[in-house]
Design a protein around this ligand. Structure first.
Ligand code: SAM
Ligand code: SF4
Length: 315
């Protein structure tokens, strides 16, 4: 499907829960989020119905996100159901990997094609401090298990937090040396928990280029500028929602765990999909594509207009 600016919209990010086993400082309050009534969260069947309608409208890739998708009851069943949708080319998932080790093979068998693993640091104490609950060892075990289960093209996503994890740029990038892995550094966006953090926390991705002057430019895959360390197998990516918008290449729609379709991550516009079926559901999805803005207005002095935190939208 095309939006009103001629962009092809073929990518759906589907949030399957707003709950999470971690409490990352920039994403969630320490006390967690109020558990929504069971009836407010989309059922597995409703998630499937929305996904199938989106594919009929032209979506080719679905990414399951959250909250943490692996805490969602029925996640494997959902993956198996989504995999059956004719026309769906890629089923991906973004996870913090804390629960991945025992589930990696089942996810692969359920039809998940690719994983993005969020990992902001390789320092165990810093990992515990950022996530407030997580253990680095579990995330690394998850990463190993994904490889053993046959996942390829896995991406590691690290949010850059000024004054917190600059020291991790070099060790994280070094993971690309011997493996065909992509490590992507993402600029922190001012929304929810970190909307009013001091400016110094919002580190421009150029910090990566300053830290690693040997990085050689490879290409731009639409979202990330990709670079390679000398002799490395994998790539280092820079995702710059703040310093260099990629809205002109945006291909996404997002659905929140409570069934609201968001044309743009940072706008307050939401279209409720609850209770819609068949052609009415398809019409709402096509309508959301038409409502995509040309670009977001996010900036350091202009926090996100999304009336929700990241754990509710899914990044
Ligand atoms: N729990 C899963 C995870 O952490 O991978 C999936 C959901 S999480 C909201 C998706 C991604 O959004 C994570 O990589 C996280 O680091 C990122 N994220 C959360 N808040 C952010 C912010 N304010 N700016 C940039 N990225 C953010
Ligand atoms: Fe949970 Fe992911 Fe948010 Fe961290 S970034 S609190 S892992 S949803």
């Amino acid at each position: 499907m095309k939006d009103s600016f001629g962009r092809t919209i073929d990518y759906l990010r589907l949030s399957v829960t707003d709950l999470c086993n971690y409490r990352c400082t920039y994403c969630m309050p320490e006390e967690g989020v109020c558990k929504r009534a069971h009836a407010e969260i989309l059922s597995i069947e409703a998630l499937y119905e929305i996904a199938a309608a989106a594919v009929r409208c032209g979506v080719k890739k679905i990414r399951l996100t959250g909250g943490e998708p692996l805490v969602r009851r029925g996640i494997l069943e959902l993956c198996r159901m989504l995999r059956q949708i004719p026309g769906l080319e890629t089923l991906a998932m973004t996870t913090n990997a804390g629960l991945l080790a025992p589930m990696a093979r089942e996810l692969k068998d359920a039809g998940v094609d690719r994983l993005n693993i969020s990992l902001d640091t390789l320092d165990a104490a810093r990992f515990a401090a950022i996530t407030r609950r997580g253990r680095l060892a579990d995330a690394l075990a998850g990463l190993d298990a994904a490889k053993a289960a046959g996942f390829t093209n896995t991406k590691i996503n690290a949010v850059l937090i000024g004054g917190v994890n600059e020291d991790d740029i070099a060790p994280l990038a070094a993971l690309t040396k011997c493996e065909s892995i992509s490590v992507r550094f993402i600029e922190l966006m001012p929304m929810g928990e970190c909307a009013h953090w001091p400016a110094g926390r919002f580190l421009p991705a150029d910090a990566v280029l300053r830290t690693l002057p040997d990085l050689a430019y490879v290409d731009n895959d639409g979202v990330a500028e990709r670079y390679r360390l000398p002799g490395a197998i994998g790539t280092v990516g820079l995702i710059r929602p703040m310093s260099c918008k990629f809205c002109s290449r945006c291909s996404r729609l997002r659905v929140t765990a409570d069934g609201k379709l968001k044309p743009c991550l940072h706008s307050g516009e939401e279209i409720s999909l609850r209770g819609l079926h068949g052609k009415a559901l398809e019409a709402a999805i096509l309508d959301a594509a038409q409502k995509k803005p040309a670009a977001h207005t996010l900036g350091l002095r202009e926090p996100s207009h999304a009336a929700r935190d990241m754990n509710e939208i899914g990044g």
